[in-house]
Design a binder for this molecule. Structure first.
Ligand SMILES: NC(=O)c1ccc[n+]([C@@H]2O[C@H](COP(=O)([O-])OP(=O)(O)OC[C@H]3O[C@@H](n4cnc5c(N)ncnc54)[C@H](OP(=O)(O)O)[C@@H]3O)[C@@H](O)[C@H]2O)c1
Length: 279
């Protein structure tokens, strides 16, 4: 499994398992399957409501903590600076861990009353407590990134953004790279829509691999960090095995050509949803 070194010196496995839309009561079994297959990087979030299930799978796996990489994310109702550290503590309790490897601001929420620059400063304080090794952001635009990366600030280790063959994000990936930020690709399989695409089916047939494999290998070869989600052990394994696939330049170019700047998830510029305060 490839490791990527982040700007703070810590390493992250390039390939992992995503847990959005896995209910808490199923998260334990799905994550247990992923760990059994060999995944060592798990992506969860306060918003997903499944940190307890993820934590149970981790505890029961017996895998030494230092061999695992766990990410969680600050929920949209926890942007107030004093809630950043307290909500991280709540996450750790649910996960049964004394630290996570990476803690992200989930969404910038540019139109709410709390400025994400203040939230970012609280993330820096949170890192100082040792309850997270690295800090980063998710769904940050180039403008959002430039506002938090002033001369005296800490540069996020990662920016987790929507990336898949229909939204290659070449411009934002270039800004991330310029600032020394690693790009994580969320919904790398475009939430499953890649499996309904006749063009990708034809490219996959020519390459002699399943669609899952060519899309995952495309991400890996361009340097994305990714964590596809799947709901059966067979699919979780199939995705894991895609790490062994090497695509030729022609296949990569054919997938590159599918980019049409099309989002499937919300646009971070207009997404300002905050859940009812119940944490
Ligand atoms: N930061 C953010 O704002 C944000 C937003 C979205 C996602 N994420 C993260 O990114 C992770 C991945 O994104 P995602 O869950 O949205 O979608 P995804 O990984 O792009 O796609 C998941 C979909 O693909 C299907 N699938 C997976 N492997 C397959 C295979 N081998 N063959 C056929 N179908 C397959 C799954 O079906 P089944 O489940 O039915 O097997 C599911 O419908 C999330 O789980 C989460 O951790 C972050």
């Amino acid at each position: 499994m490839s490791l990527i070194t982040l700007n703070d010196g810590f390493s992250i496995p390039q390939f992992g398992f995503g847990t959005w839309q896995i209910p808490d009561e199923q998260a334990r079994d799905r994550v247990a399957e992923a760990l059994e297959i060999g995944y060592r990087h798990i992506d969860t979030a306060q918003m997903y409501g499944n940190e307890s299930g993820v934590g149970r799978a981790i505890a029961e796996s017996g895998i030494p903590r230092e061999e695992l990489y766990v990410t969680t994310k600050l929920n949209n109702n926890n942007h107030a600076p004093d809630r950043v550290i307290s909500s991280l503590g709540d996450s750790l309790e649910r996960l049964g861990l004394d630290h996570v490897d990476l803690f992200l601001i989930h969404w910038p929420l540019p139109e709410i009353d709390i400025d994400y620059v203040d939230t970012w400063n609280a993330m820096i304080t949170a890192r100082g407590t040792g309850q997270t090794r690295s800090i980063g952001v998710s769904n940050f635009t180039a403008e959002n990134l430039r506002r938090i990366t002033g001369p005296d600030s800490v540069v996020p280790a990662v920016n987790q953004i929507e990336v898949h063959p229909y939204l290659a994000q070449n411009d934002l990936r270039a800004v991330d790279a310029e600032l020394g930020i690693a790009t994580e690709a969320w919904s790398p399989l475009a939430m499953g829509t890649v499996f309904e695409d006749p063009q990708l089916a034809a490219i996959a047939e020519r390459a002699g691999h399943p669609v899952s494999a060519i899309v995952i290998a495309w991400h890996l070869q361009r340097g994305d960090i990714l964590f596809p989600k799947a709901s059966s052990a067979a699919r979780i394994r199939e995705n894991f095995e895609a790490q062994n696939v090497q695509l030729d330049a022609e296949t990569i170019a054919a997938i590159d050509a599918l980019d049409e700047g099309r989002r499937i998830g919300p646009d971070p510029v207009t997404f300002n949803w905050v859940p009812a305060d119940e944490v």
